[in-house]
Design a protein. Structure first.
Length: 682
């Protein structure tokens, strides 16, 4: 301690000294104290200062003072300057620079912490009660500080001074480690301590931090860690312990390690999954805690029932399902040639039909048709489950060999009429798609629809002429083919009508009709060409009003005929736009996104909502900024062309926006984008 009894450099009058003396504490242990008791002298200013105390990284310092103070009333004959308090100061410095005269012994440069008053004072020297007071100050910014005590007329003893700081000790919380952290500069400060996950733990939420308050206590943590896969919590959530061999943990979290599922094992600690035994597997959709399973055994008891060129296969469930419940069946068809050991089998034709299907059957029955007659087949019925694709071996199956019988031909396609008269019909048809042998002949059944009495006729060709029919009558006709296996099914009924007896002249007219139509068409094309040329000439030469132009145009247009007009024949392109395109208020248009770029600007998708009409999607072509007059004319001519068409196979023009910027053309929105791109992709 350094003692001083001056105010600044000027000695004070009636000064006294802090004296270092021996004494006893409350437990009667010997102690050294500093005392002062110059109460009989006025204007006391007695200072006592500690040595230099290094701050380190501490921002706030706490001081514990133990002292005794004598009651002024117990001191006789005092002039009235006695006090029962003293002052606590501190002074910051970057090194130990203080001396007996520097810094000045006064409140500035010293900084006052508080005036200290006792809780209890004593009246006799041998009955002192020790007072304990704690004060704090900060924030501190320099390398260290001094503590100073000022007496201004008290009779007291300073027994002990303890300077300390508060901190939050290192701790583990939420599987994260937080380092030792000093408290902040203020009692209410919260200091953030970043955390790190303990070994074998991973972050589950960030940022990972903990707050240290001014009392050196940790607040609720923010963020958390958890044990990684293959590890379980231990030591009251302060460790993540590896799973021992024979156990695993598939997910991170606080759960414990589990024994390996059936047919699996681990050979090392910290396993996140148990590997399957040989010939056991997990499907891709199986979770890590699923048991390992194997492929099923072959189906049992395959039975075939052949009916000409079709058959029904039935079988029983495999004896061993492999430990799974996702059993399915596949039927493999092979067509065989040759006999004995020289027999060669190949894949069946694509036209063989399986009902309900060939692969992925859930039921144990399938109907197979469209086989060839008198042909040997082998059918393999496979049993598969979710892990059959994991096995290096092909699926297990049960096979059955069959030979088809001769089958009747299939149904004849639709009949066609070649010619008709008052007493005959000439008909033809295509051969059956599946003749199943050599066709010997065809049988045709026909009857007049109003009577229903059928007649039959046979033909070795796939055409026939029915004679002896009634004029102007409707006949129902069916045909079927015959092989050595018998007749096939009749074709679907078709109706044909004979002509009337006066039909010969009409028939001649019918034969000449294409020539007449062709001549008329050629004449019409010539007239249209003349009209178009006349319109172009009129348009180029017109200087009069719209009504005059319309009157001249009407001279060349046939009533009911719509003539296309080239917008480039207009001197003013705006006139063509006004005539063929509807002007739309820009407030009705809402652009949503750009979907492409065209020759003149961007192409957008948007919505059009006009008064009294429902909102529709539209494609919006915009004219780019800085366009030339020629570009504007070419851009608007597209709307003038589209506005003249109204056809379901042509994109519909909704209208144009020319009275605001940007200039826009609105058309029907095609959800599959450009046709050429769609065709290339599909």
């Amino acid at each position: 301690m350094t003692k001083q009894s001056e105010t600044g450099k000027k000695p004070a009058q009636n000064t006294g000294w802090w004296e270092e003396v021996s004494g006893y504490d409350e437990a009667m242990n010997p102690i050294r104290t500093y005392q002062v008791c110059n109460v009989h002298e006025s204007s006391q200013n007695n200072w006592l200062r500690t040595g230099f105390i290094w701050r380190r990284d501490v921002q706030r310092v706490y001081v514990e003072l133990k002292f005794t103070v004598r009651d002024c009333n117990s001191i006789p004959n005092i002039p009235g300057s006695c006090k029962e308090t003293f002052n606590l100061f501190y002074y910051e410095a970057d090194s130990d620079v203080a001396s007996a005269s520097s810094p000045f012994w006064m409140e500035n440069p010293y900084i006052k912490v508080d005036t200290i008053a006792p809780d209890e004072s004593f009246s006799r020297l041998d009955a002192g009660r020790v007072n304990t007071k704690v004060r704090s100050f900060g924030p501190l910014s320099k390398a260290g500080f001094y503590l100073a005590f000022q007496d201004q007329g008290a009779c007291m003893s300073l027994i002990s001074v303890r300077a300390f700081y508060k901190k939050c000790a290192s701790t583990t919380a939420g599987f994260a480690l937080f380092p030792e952290t000093l408290t902040g500069a203020e009692p209410t400060s919260l200091v953030i301590a970043p955390g790190t996950c303990i070994p074998n733990a991973v972050e589950v939420s960030v940022p990972l931090k903990l707050y240290c308050n001014g009392d050196g206590e940790w607040m609720v943590p923010v963020g958390a860690c958890t044990c990684a896969t293959g590890h379980e919590p231990a030591a009251k959530e302060s460790q993540c312990r590896p799973c021992p061999p024979g156990s695993y943990k598939a997910k991170q979290g606080e759960g414990p390690c589990l024994p390996c599922p059936p047919n699996s094992r681990t050979t090392s600690p910290a396993a996140s999954i148990c590997t399957c035994h040989n010939n056991f597997y997990r499907a891709d959709s199986d979770s890590a805690d699923s048991a390992c399973t194997t492929v099923p055994s072959p189906p049992r008891g395959v039975i075939s029932n052949v009916n000409e060129t079709s058959l029904i296969l039935e079988w029983s469930e495999p004896r061993d399902l492999g430990g799974r419940d996702d059993l399915l069946y596949n039927v493999i068809c092979k067509k065989c040639h040759g006999a004995g050991g020289a027999s060669v089998c190949s894949r069946c034709d694509d036209n063989v039909e399986f009902v309900p299907r060939q692969l992925g059957l859930t039921e144990r029955r399938v109907h197979i048709s469209h086989l060839l007659a008198h042909t040997r087949y082998t059918f393999e019925v496979q049993a598969v489950n979710g892990v059959s694709g994991k096995s290096p071996l092909p699926p297990r199956y049960a096979a059955v060999n069959i030979t088809t019988n001769q089958a009747a031909p299939s149904e004849v396609p639709t009949l066609r009429l070649h010619s008709s008269s008052g007493s005959s019909l000439t008909l033809s048809w295509a051969p059956p798609e599946r003749p199943n042998g050599v066709i010997l002949d065809y049988e045709m059944k026909y009857f007049e629809k109003s009577e229903g009495i059928a007649s039959t006729v046979t033909s070795q060709m796939n055409s026939v002429q029915l004679d002896g029919l009634r004029p102007d009558a409707r006949y129902v006709v069916q045909v079927r083919a015959r092989t050595v296996a018998g007749y096939g099914q009749y074709s679907r009924p078709a109706e044909f009508e004979t002509t009337s007896e006066r039909g010969s002249g009409a028939q001649q007219l019918q034969e000449q009709l294409p020539l007449i139509v062709g001549s008329a068409t050629a004449g019409l094309v010539f007239v249209v060409a003349v009209v178009v040329i006349a319109i172009v000439c009129l348009r180029k030469q017109r200087h009069g009003s719209d009504s005059e132009y319309t009157e001249k145009l009407q001279q060349y247009i046939t009533p009911g005929m719509k003539v296309y007009i080239d917008p480039f024949t207009y001197e003013d392109p705006n006139e063509a736009v006004r005539e063929f395109a509807k002007e739309i208020d820009v407030s009705c248009v809402k652009i949503e996104e750009v979907i492409g770029a065209g020759e003149f600007g961007e192409v957008c998708r948007g919505r059009l909502k006009q008064p009294g009409r429902r909102e529709v999607f539209v494609a919006i072509k915009t004219l780019k900024v800085g366009y030339t007059e020629r570009q504007r004319r070419d851009f608007l001519s597209e709307a003038s062309i589209m506005g003249q068409f109204d056809h379901p196979n042509i994109i519909r023009l909704e209208g144009v926006v020319t009275k605001s910027r940007p200039v826009m053309i609105l058309t029907e929105f095609m959800e599959n984008c450009a046709l050429d791109s769609f065709l290339r992709l599909n």
